[in-house]
Design a protein around this ligand. Structure first.
Ligand code: CP3
Length: 353
């Protein structure tokens, strides 16, 4: 099986010859060739120049042999079309004029995605052509809640207190904001699929800040709307962290694959979510800073818990840390591919639940 076929089959819970693997934030951060590129161009230049973004997208496929290539972009890009300027600072995105009132929310624009960020879709078309069968192309977007965190807070934060104060204190403004972001994210992801993204991941990175009742009332209806709008177009992965108490609700949002962090054992989480969904994860990215034998033991534990079931996509529980040794990642890809007999076709469908 090609890397592309392997990842797409797992995303649809079909049989594969080996477990597919890719890494969140594989396109940037730890790669020397990416760092060299960034010495010549700043982040926004790379992200908004299709040839450069496609090149950064392909780098980890060449170096690591991963089965998925994640588009080089950032969750903040769709805000440009909404009329919200932002900057990418060393500590993360900064929104100089945060969105905090009914007037601010009413001013947000919803325009066609191809018009707002044409370079994103050109990068997808370029990357898809260059990837061939080597890897599937994953598109992505920030989920409405995680985008709202940056829009309302204006910068990265530990607790996002202003965001949660708006959610609790001004529900009408909050729901209007979420509805607007939902419309933008839906259009953005549908346009990515139309341009050639074969799987899409919704990054709800900061969802772990919410308890179940708040999640169910203030966020879940919007996430459901997005997955419903993608149904039948491409498999969708739902990512979050720190959400062990929300897993059943997350499954009910409707994504095809649930992406787990390392705080929850993969086998227990999959049983709670149900085997009719795929699972992505869930090695602790910090483990990659340890000597390789520890990485290997951790990876084998994840694979053992997945049990060879259809629908497991191997990944980290969150993004690669910049200090990670690229060689560890290359060895990890090889290990995941060879575990259970390796890509031979022998294993297809042999060990289903
Ligand atoms: O990490 C996650 O939770 C994933 C979702 C997410 C992305 N960007 C996806 C992404 C989040 C929460 C962001 C916000 C953001 N943007 C941050 C995090 C700050 C915080 O609040 O903790 C940062 C540092 C940025 C800016 C940014 N994005 C840079 C400098 C880069 C280049 C590569 C790097 O990591 O240094 C990105 C790329 C990026 N952000 C990708 C994705 C999926 C591209 C693909 C990839 O790197 O693999």
């Amino acid at each position: 099986m090609s890397g592309r076929a392997r990842l797409l089959a797992a995303a649809r819970r079909e049989a594969t010859d080996a477990t597919p693997v890719w890494f969140m934030r594989q396109a940037g951060r730890c790669l020397p060739e990416y760092r060299a590129l960034r010495e010549r161009y700043d982040f926004m230049t790379v992200a908004t120049t299709p040839e450069l973004a496609a090149e950064a997208t392909l780098m980890p496929v060449r170096r690591f042999g991963v089965d998925g290539a994640v588009l080089f972009a950032d969750i903040m890009l769709p805000l440009l079309g909404m009329g919200v300027p932002f900057a990418i600072a060393p500590g993360g995105p900064v929104v100089p004029e945060p969105v905090r009132t009914a007037v601010d929310v009413a001013r947000l624009r919803v325009i066609e995605a191809e018009e707002a960020t044409p370079y994103v879709f050109d990068a997808i078309r370029l990357a898809r052509r260059e990837l061939g069968e080597s890897a599937a192309l994953l598109g992505f977007a920030g989920a409405p809640f995680t985008l709202a965190c940056y829009l309302v807070e204006g910068k990265a934060s530990r607790e996002y207190p202003r965001t949660k104060a708006l959610l609790y204190g001004e529900p009408e403004v909050w729901h209007r904001l979420m509805a607007t972001l939902t419309e933008v994210v839906t259009r953005y992801l549908r346009a990515q699929i139309a341009a050639g993204a074969e799987v899409v991941q919704l990054f709800d990175s900061w969802l772990g800040l919410l308890g179940p009742q708040t999640y169910a009332e203030a966020v879940l209806p919007y996430t459901r709307r997005i997955f419903a709008a993608l149904r039948g177009l491409a498999p969708a992965i739902h990512f979050s962290t720190g959400t062990a108490s929300l897993l059943e609700l997350i499954a009910s949002a409707g994504g095809d694959v649930v992406s787990l962090d390392w705080r929850v054992p993969l086998d227990e989480a999959w049983a709670r979510i149900g085997y009719e969904r795929g699972i992505q994860g869930n090695l602790d990215p910090t483990l990659l800073l340890a000597p390789y034998p520890a990485v290997e033991a951790g990876a084998r534990d994840v694979l053992r818990r997945a049990g060879g079931r259809r629908g497991h996509i191997f990944n980290l529980g969150h993004g690669i840390l910049p200090e990670t040794a690229p060689d560890h990642l290359a060895r990890l890809v090889e290990l995941v591919h060879l575990a259970g007999g390796g890509p031979s076709g022998e294993r297809s469908g042999a060990r289903q639940p």
